[in-house]
Design a protein around this ligand. Structure first.
Ligand code: PHE
Length: 485
């Protein structure tokens, strides 16, 4: 079949394999289609499918082509010069018996019921007609087709034929290309003349085994990218254990503030306290709490060292910002932009959206003469990169910022305003003991990483995101994160 196709194509394109097979006296069958696919795979030919409606034998019709018509089978069941009983023949096929009688192929002796052949030579015209319809449907007699249709031996079905032209590797003979480069080919040099099989770039590959990023890590890397593009430096957040001095006191959170209660904060039992502090600075912090200074009257309470030395799991990454700003002041202040994205811990009542640990995204900008306008301007820049355009601000309170603002954005998917961050300008009471110059203002803001991740990935219960109820499969399957899209 393959060489027949190639011979023909050598003389010119095959416009339609339907008429080509007819001219060749060949059936349009699986052998032909197999040959076309093979030659095309070798790029020796190019095929185009033509679809048409065509009359073709039904399952019953195909059975007749194979075994002969029922009447033919009845005739064959009667040996020449002998007889069979009517009941025996009817058991084979009632319809076949009736048809054979009608065609006057057989006769019955009324008295004995014995059936004999009436003629010796018959032709099975039903089978012949079906064969003709199958192999040359184009020029089947419509009257015959109609009759066969009525008997449900043929029906209209889809047929695929092909238009064939020469391909880039056309040749009169099929040369099976080599699939592998062997050591022998290399040593004999035969690889130079060997025709190699093309790469099948459409083949489905198996997925290589690999690790998968958790959605939180994907979203984190997007935020990181934004901060880095805006010129921020990442703060070291690798210590989850902090003490109350850096987590609360440096931030002017008074020692009797409810956030410092056992119900809100995890305290360490071993080691329960920290020992080393920058003592000068600690003294200045104590004074600011007790008496104030530089236009502030302070919180006015007896400040206790025992409270400040306690070890805790940090409740916010603002503790790290405090450490960094103190260090910046000691090193000789220069304008700086810092960020961090890491884990914090709170003794929360657990529910669908709260766990005892979560991630905070934190940004800090320290520069001369910054204003609330700079803070608002910064947010339009920062949030625009997250694809958030509509922002609203609400006055809020933090012990360490004044003024403070909660940031809301309109979520087009959820159709409501959602809180997307907390922010403010650090109080002079916090910055002056550190040694930050007086005319320097420090803008800061923080947001959770879980919230945008859950919105982005359509997760409503935080336990589906973190913890033992998380589906590993979902982690493997979840898509890449583009915050602006
Ligand atoms: N630390 C605040 C919180 O935990 C967030 C914040 C950071 C607010 C910086 C103002 C400035 O919610």
């Amino acid at each position: 079949m393959e060489s027949k196709l190639l011979q023909s194509l050598n003389e010119g394109p095959i416009n339609d394999t339907g008429s080509w097979t007819k001219d060749q006296g060949l059936p349009h069958d699986d052998t032909l289609v197999g040959a076309i696919l093979r030659l095309e795979g070798l790029r020796m030919i190019v095929s185009k499918i033509n679809e048409s409606k065509i009359t073709a034998p039904t399952a019953e019709g195909s059975e007749i082509i194979e075994k002969g018509s029922p009447e033919y089978q009845i005739f064959q069941a009667i040996p020449s010069g002998s007889s069979k009983s009517k009941s025996e023949l009817e058991a084979l096929s009632k319809i076949g018996f009736m048809q054979a009688m009608k065609s006057q192929w057989i006769a019955i002796d009324k008295a004995s019921g014995a059936v004999t052949r009436k003629v010796e030579d018959i032709s099975d015209s039903t089978k012949d007609q079906l064969l003709h319809v199958r192999d040359h449907p184009e020029d089947a007699d419509p009257k015959i087709v109609d009759a066969l249709k009525k008997r449900k031996l043929v029906s209209l079905s889809n047929r695929k034929t092909y238009t064939l032209t020469k391909g880039e590797n056309f040749a009169l003979e099929v040369v099976k290309p080599a699939a592998d480069l062997t050591a022998e080919m290399l040593s004999s040099g035969s690889w130079k003349d060997t025709k190699f099989k093309d790469y099948n770039l459409d083949a489905d590959a198996t997925r290589p085994a690999s690790g998968h990023f958790h959605p939180l890590l994907k979203v984190r890397s997007e935020y990181r990218e934004i901060f880095l593009e805006l010129g921020f430096t990442e703060m070291p957040t690798n210590s989850f254990v902090e003490n109350c001095f850096w987590n609360f006191d440096t931030l002017m959170v008074p020692q009797q503030h409810p956030a410092r209660d056992l119900q809100d904060t995890f305290f360490l039992s071993d080691p329960a306290t920290s020992r080393t502090f920058p003592e000068d600075y600690l003294k200045r912090v104590q004074t600011m709490h007790e008496e104030g200074g530089s236009e502030s009257i302070g919180w006015r309470y007896p400040w206790k060292r025992d409270e400040t030395t306690k070890n805790i799991l940090r409740t916010h990454t603002t503790a790290v910002s405090a450490r960094m700003l103190y260090k910046l002041a000691q090193d000789g202040f220069k304008p700086k932009k810092y960020f961090s994205i890491d884990r914090v811990f709170r003794n929360e009542t657990l529910d669908a959206t709260h766990l005892a640990e979560f991630h905070q995204i934190e940004g800090v900008i320290a520069d001369y003469d910054l204003t609330l306008g700079d803070l608002i301007g910064l947010f339009s820049q920062f949030y625009a990169r997250l694809g958030i355009e509509k922002l609203r601000f609400k006055p809020a309170f933090n012990p360490y910022t004044e003024p403070s603002m909660e940031i809301f954005s309109y979520h087009e998917g959820l159709k409501k305003w959602v809180e997307v961050g907390n922010s403010g300008i650090f109080r002079p009471e916090m910055l002056i003991p550190m040694g930050i110059p007086k005319d320097v203002k420090v803008l800061a803001w923080g947001l959770s990483l879980e919230r945008p991740t859950m919105i982005k990935y359509g997760i409503s219960n935080i336990r589906e995101l973190i913890g033992h109820k998380t589906s590993i499969q979902k982690i493997q399957d979840n898509p890449v994160c583009r915050l602006d899209a």
